[in-house]
Ligand binder design. Structure first.
Ligand code: GLC
Length: 449
């Protein structure tokens, strides 16, 4: 793990309590006016921030090669790769089953890859025949089925949309996707930009409420000598005009840009940078960390290295402790079903959330920095202290409390509600722990003055 970065811990702590204007992102000096999120956006931000747990789904024809969603970048030509579409028939795809498993996991929203870097669209777009209905024998609009199934279970829908397209000659190549055999001699940004905006318009007008458009790929041009103009202003404005409550997030690994409504972190909890994508400042926007259950986003046959449920629950709790949501990925198999290992993790997390979700949903960040032993989440005058690794305490019978914003007046075991002795020595408080502690997370409800 690299060093902790500058954090806005106090701001984050209060994030859920701050007036809506606190979500405004800073505008550079040259910008005419700072971006002011609308009332609809502020409502979506509040809903989003109280959800705390979402499921990412990476699915496309790449699942057939079973080597992750970047496969096209690593050797095949576009011509050969795209032939997979003609054989894509996910006979076991059942959006209702996905939605049931996701609902039972305790997740409140889904972010689905409408179109990844390989350029294959998972809905019936009119902008290109290279899509799930026109190019496959399956012929069903997967996004429509998924959107309907999620809506009927009250699960919000977010759409991942790649700014990159490795299959189109008009996308001006950045640093990836240059070996697909596509003729790169006539890039045409205006044509590609129009294509993307026409697709986004379809997504935002044909599939019910979309709570977030989740962009990815801007980093493709981060090594250009002259800065690449993605014309995000107009694209963002179009999205907000089409669906005034639709949040915009961009996985660009940079500081947030005006017009964005959430801040995304990839493979790291805000404040950490183990993966090298998180040099950016933590903003005051609602935060989200996305991560994989195994190591890859798209289905990868050889990656069965799934994190165990305890690790995943700890990750969710530590993410909530930083005031952020966890967007946890599942990569469906080529037949359309979710891997058994993923279903198992979803069920375990759901059982845990059933019993303990109150200490995660709609909470604010911990008032103290995470410790090796754990973290905290906060709701009004209640602090939920999550003891995740009791073995890292100097004395397993005593939890020394870090400095708190207000004096604790009462400590209880969350699970049973029974009181726990609270000791005060000078300015320091500690909680006496019982002999037996929950194996995953021993939660203490601490009432603050
Ligand atoms: C990266 C990868 C992409 C993945 C995304 C998810 O940007 O390029 O494949 O979809 O991370 O966070």
């Amino acid at each position: 793990m690299k060093t902790m970065k500058k954090t806005l811990l106090p701001g984050l702590t209060a994030m859920m309590l701050l007036p809506a204007a606190s979500f405004v992102s800073a505008a550079p000096d040259s910008a005419p006016a700072p971006y002011m999120p609308s009332a609809e956006i502020r409502r979506s931000q509040q809903d989003f921030a109280s959800d705390r747990f979402g499921i990412f789904i990476h699915w496309g024809i790449y699942s057939m090669f079973a080597q992750g969603e970047w496969y096209l970048n690593y050797g095949p030509t576009q011509e050969e790769y795209s032939k997979a579409a003609a054989g894509f028939y996910p006979a076991n795809f059942d959006a209702g089953k996905w939605a049931d498993a996701i609902k039972a996991s305790g997740a409140k929203y889904v972010c689905f890859t409408s179109r990844h870097h390989d350029g294959f669209s998972m809905w019936h777009t009119a902008q290109s025949p290279y899509n799930i209905v026109d190019a496959t024998p399956f012929g069903r609009d997967i996004l429509r089925e998924l959107a309907d199934s999620l809506a009927s279970r009250d699960i919000a829908l977010h759409l991942y949309y790649s700014h990159i397209d490795w299959g189109r000659p008009d996308y001006p190549r950045g640093r990836t996707g240059k070996t697909t055999g596509v003729d790169l001699s006539h890039p045409d940004w205006p044509s590609y930009y129009d294509f993307m905006n026409a697709q986004l318009k379809e997504l935002l007008t044909g599939y019910g409420p979309i709570r977030c458009i989740w962009f990815d790929g801007k980093w493709d041009h981060d090594e250009d000598t002259t800065p690449f103009d993605w014309q995000l202003d107009d694209q963002y404005a179009m999205i907000h005009a089409l669906q005034p409550g639709c949040l915009i997030g961009n996985n660009h690994h940079e500081d947030v840009i005006p017009g964005e409504d959430i801040q995304i972190f990839e493979r790291d909890i805000p404040g950490q940078n183990t993966a090298g994508y998180s040099e950016q400042e933590i903003s005051r926007l609602p935060l989200e960390t996305c991560n994989t259950m195994n190591g890859m986003w798209g289905y990868k046959l050889l990656d069965q290295n799934y994190k165990d449920p305890r690790t995943l629950i700890h990750y969710l709790v530590r993410t909530a402790g930083m005031g952020a949501n966890l967007l946890l990925n599942v990569g469906p198999q080529p037949d359309g079903s979710l891997p058994a290992a993923a279903l198992d993790r979803l069920a375990s997390m759901g059982a845990w959330m059933d019993a303990n979700g109150e200490t995660v949903y709609a909470t604010a960040a911990s008032p103290f920095e995470a410790r090796p032993w754990g973290t905290a989440t906060r709701k009004d005058d209640m602090l939920y202290v999550h003891l995740l690794e009791p073995d890292s305490l100097a004395d397993r019978r005593t939890l020394p409390l870090p400095a708190l914003p207000a004096a604790p007046v009462e400590a209880r075991e969350y699970r049973s509600g029974r009181p726990l002795p609270l000791h005060k020595e000078g300015k320091d408080y500690s909680v006496a722990l019982p002999d037996s502690l929950d194996a995953i997370d021993y939660i203490i409800s601490l009432k603050l003055k």
